[in-house]
Design a protein around this ligand. Structure first.
Ligand code: CU
Ligand code: ZN
Length: 172
């Protein structure tokens, strides 16, 4: 009796521990902070859904209009011009493009459009972003630019200086 009770405890512990080990990441977040006193700041979240990853961004302090919005290779916002974040995250080695292009940098999320109050929102489902393996966005950088991304100029969309930076981390 006592023996089988212990066996059950061991078995349940094993299931719980291995279950935790297999738990997939399904949510990430980046706090966006200003570069060089730009005043641009906000939060970007990434959540796994059945048909892709939901990208939701709320950003304040922008000049009205479009601003390039990308995942960059490195989660390093230490440089005062944001260049320490490297170029666009591009694990598949495709050319620069727009968020709806099949062949694009993985980090090409297009633009965030700010209203006259400097407030911008993105809410879209992305079919390419992943939290697993070599293409994982975890630990990469999120950069917002001063100018619009034209979605075609190589290799950056001509989006100009970097105005804000964040590091994409695992979320609860
Ligand atoms: Cu960028
Ligand atoms: Zn790009």
């Amino acid at each position: 009796m006592k023996q089988s009770f212990l066996t059950a405890i061991v078995a349940i512990s094993f299931i719980v521990i291995s279950g935790c080990g297999n738990q997939k990441l399904n949510s990430a977040v980046a706090k966006i902070e200003p570069i060089k006193g730009s005043g641009v700041h906000g939060v970007v979240t990434f959540k796994q859904e059945a048909r892709g990853v939901r990208v939701f961004a709320e950003v304040r302090g922008l000049a009205p209009g479009n601003h390039g919005f990308h995942i960059h290779e490195f989660g390093d916002c230490t440089g005062e011009d944001g260049k320490t974040a490297g170029g666009h995250f591009n694990p598949a080695k495709y050319p620069h493009g727009g968020p709806d292009d099949k062949h694009r940098h993985l980090g090409d999320l297009g633009n965030i459009m700010a209203d006259n109050n400097g407030y911008g929102v993105i809410d879209r489902l992305d079919s390419q972003i992943t939290f697993e393996g070599a293409k994982s966005i975890i630990g990469r950088g999120l950069i917002i630019h001063a100018k619009p991304d034209d979605l075609s100029s190589q290799p950056t969309g001509f989006a100009g200086p970097r105005e804000a930076c964040g590091v994409i981390g695992v979320a609860k």
